[in-house]
Design a protein. Structure first.
Length: 359
């Protein structure tokens, strides 16, 4: 039995009391910051004005007597002040539906009997629907490996106006027929608000791509559509911009939302984009909606898809999106990043021992 030390016990009790007092002081400062915000807004100030007002006074750490170095103490004080400023900036603003509520569990969706939001899913298929034979062969191959979501583009946003733009509505019909024939749910991108109603006649899940993340007319239309929506992050979008784009969908009543991290543009030229793994981890904390990672587009190549997928799953992604084509060499778009069938088998085997998507 450890020896008794009354002095140590008293010091530990004092530390506990000080911690409780510290919490009360931080909360008291937060309430004061909110009161400042209310008064600044009443005088016509903005949310930013309210936040600045709460940090206008210099922190009184220069005269600190120790044992902390004044610079170390300043870090702690600035953290508390920053939280107060954030409270002040949010005061009076509507609560975002996309944010996780206190104690709110993860949301789960079910599409054609297939769940999204629990065990990892895989959304796979060609970049573009090119023919009935191509999409049907892909659907049959994927279904045999436990994939439950078939992706394929009928409308393609291409950088060059001279590149293949997709088959349009005939492509939607081919995608839908292949998915139904093999018990899969179909996922396809919409580019124009005028195409949403037509896409809903064929597709189970609508996708808003990176280039259209802030196409607000399109976001409103898919918000009205009452179809699950995959919203990809824009290639230069901050997390807050991405979440506000999602809010446009939710504000119209569509809460069947899936967020897709697909890489952001950085200065690195060796990949097509940079997969932001930290964004996945942060959003798993901040939002209750399912989050998936597109590993094909940030890579822009086949040889690093497995490590990107492992990193995304480790960060908390609840699914992966990957491009698969029967003959990538002859693909009419994104040939360099699409896996052929043997390559996809190796991809699955590297992630799951039995070479099948779990569930």
């Amino acid at each position: 039995m450890a020896p008794q030390d009354p002095a140590l016990d008293a010091l530990l009790a004092e530390l506990g009391a000080l911690d409780r007092e510290l919490v009360l002081l931080v909360e008291r400062r937060g309430r004061a910051a909110l009161e400042v915000a209310v008064r600044v807004r009443a005088l016509g100030g903005s949310a930013k004005d309210a936040a600045r007002a709460t940090t206008a006074l210099a922190p009184p750490v220069a005269s600190a007597a120790g044992p902390f170095d004044p610079h170390e103490l300043a870090v702690v004080v600035e953290l508390v002040r920053a939280q107060g400023a954030a409270l002040a900036e949010r005061e009076g603003q509507p609560a975002l539906h996309v944010r996780r509520g206190a104690g709110e569990p993860d949301r789960r969706l079910v599409v054609r009997g297939h769940p999204i939001g629990g065990a990892p899913i895989v959304i796979a298929g060609p970049c573009a629907v090119e023919s009935a034979e191509q999409i049907d062969a892909t659907a049959a191959f994927l279904a045999a490996r436990g994939v439950r979501f078939l992706r394929g583009g009928a409308y393609k946003p291409r950088t060059s106006p001279y590149d293949f733009q997709g088959l349009g509505e005939p492509g939607l019909a081919l995608l839908s027929a292949a998915a139904r024939a093999h018990g899969l749910a179909s996922v396809t991108e919409v580019l124009d608000p005028r195409d949403v109603e037509r896409a809903c006649e064929h597709a189970d899940v609508l996708q808003v791509g990176a280039r259209n993340m802030q196409n607000f007319a399109l976001l409103r239309e898919v918000g009205r559509a009452r179809r699950p929506v995959v919203l990809k992050r824009g290639m230069a979008a901050t997390l807050d911009e991405w979440l506000l784009a999602a809010e446009h969908v939710l504000a119209l009543g569509n809460e069947e939302l899936i967020l897709c991290e697909r890489g952001i543009r950085t200065f690195e030229p060796r990949t097509r984009a940079t997969l932001d793994v930290s964004a996945i981890a942060l959003l798993r904390q901040d939002v209750p909606f399912p989050i998936v990672a597109d590993v094909s587009h940030p890579a822009g190549r086949r040889d690093i898809l497995v490590p990107l997928a492992r990193a995304a799953l480790a960060a908390g992604a609840q699914g992966l999106m990957v491009e698969v084509h029967p003959d990538p060499v002859r693909a009419r778009s994104d040939a360099q990043q699409q896996l052929d069938f043997p390559g996809f088998d190796r991809f699955l085997a590297a992630l799951w021992p039995d070479g099948r998507v779990p569930g």
